[in-house]
Ligand binder design. Structure first.
Ligand code: SF4
Length: 356
């Protein structure tokens, strides 16, 4: 795995993004932002699911004025997502923790200057959010909806802000497929030092987005690219966080929580492994300590996997073994295995936690 690319660090409402800060996870509300109650309710849901930073669309004045009340009722940083209308950005900049805006869409330099001034006054960053499907006309005409077009648009927008002596910036380069998304981020990475917000735009439903995002974000994370990220899933909130956290963990960029190794089952299976793994997954979801646990359906691979695991189960015929750090510590009836296994996992988790 590549070393993480060293980026400039920025502060989004208390969450550090870039540098050596942990890679944060973001989501976006889909209520009308002017509906404060619904928006706050959605933000609280994503926060509970483990979201670090949340974004809300601000298409109109009513939405912009609602941000103040929303901010009062939530505790994670809020990003205002704004297109075209610089006045909305000025209203939002008074209360939110970051503005997502593309300076090239805002119109005259004077207008961008005002937005920059407002962001400087409150020391809040700007996310330049390039989407392949909505490039500025000049880039679309010249390059089409291509990684090259996205990168050129990003460089143009970055320069817009740098010319105004503003460098409190993070960048996203989202296309609706994994290949273009990855190529755009990879191309831009060596050209600038600003932190990257990773994502695939319009990624689709839970199934398709999970696959696209795993390919794209997983590839980039393995390359050492990425400082904050969102998995966008049509109509889902908690799932966005769950999938993003899983991508972070399975790409090796986040260590917290339990990593479950379970066999796919086959004709040698001698137990109801599917039910057991499901129960174990649910009952260990709260654990933050990094632990490898393995649950195997028979002895064939169990001992090998158990050597690498903190706690393991090897199911046998109506019975099974509990193995800790490669040592067999108990042989039990199948009906008692999962309960004892969970006790051992909890014990291991608190031991590791106390030794931190
Ligand atoms: S561990 Fe045993 S039951 Fe599970 S897939 Fe391997 S051989 Fe089959």
């Amino acid at each position: 795995m590549q070393k993480r690319f060293k980026t400039k660090q920025i502060n989004v409402g208390g969450v550090l993004v870039g540098g050596d800060a942990p890679i944060s996870v973001q989501s976006m509300t889909f209520s009308k932002t002017r509906d404060v109650k619904a928006t706050v309710e959605q933000i609280k849901r994503v926060e509970k699911a483990g979201c670090d930073i949340v974004r809300a669309a601000v298409p109109d004045y009513e939405d912009a004025y609602a941000l103040k009340e929303i901010k009062l009722q939530i505790s994670i940083p809020l990003v205002a997502d704004i297109h075209f209308n610089y006045r909305l950005a000025l209203i939002a900049a008074e209360v939110v923790d970051c503005i997502r805006i593309n300076p090239g869409n805002i119109g005259s330099k004077e207008r961008v200057k005002e937005v920059v001034k407002a962001c400087k006054e409150r020391d809040i960053p700007v996310r330049i959010g390039i989407n392949g499907g909505s490039l500025e006309k000049e880039f679309e005409n010249r390059y089409g909806n291509t990684p090259k077009g996205m990168v050129e648009s990003a460089l143009y927008n970055i320069k817009y802000l740098e010319d105004l002596d503003f460098t409190n910036i993070k960048i996203s380069l989202k296309a609706s497929d994994a290949a273009r998304t990855v190529e755009a981020y990879r191309t831009l990475r060596s050209l600038i030092e600003y932190p990257f917000h990773l994502g695939v735009t319009e990624a689709g439903t839970l199934f398709h987005s999970t696959i696209k995002s795993s390919i794209a974000l997983g590839s980039l994370l393995l390359d050492g690219i990425g400082d904050t990220m969102r998995v966008s899933i049509t109509g889902e909130l908690e799932k966005e966080i769950e999938v993003a956290r899983a991508i972070l963990k399975d790409s090796g960029r986040a260590k917290d929580g339990v990593n479950i190794i379970s066999c796919p089952t086959c004709g040698r299976i001698q137990a109801n492994l599917v039910t057991a793994v499901k129960e174990i997954e649910e009952k260990t979801a709260h654990i933050k300590t990094p632990l490898n646990i393995s649950v195997m359906g028979c002895a064939v691979n169990a001992i090998g996997e158990a050597k690498e695991a903190d706690v393991a189960i090897a199911f046998g015929n109506k019975s099974g073994l509990i193995i800790k750090k490669g040592e067999i510590i108990a042989k039990l009836d199948e009906k008692n295995l999962v309960e004892r296994f969970l006790e051992e996992v909890e014990m291991e988790a608190s031991k590791e936690k106390n030794s931190d």
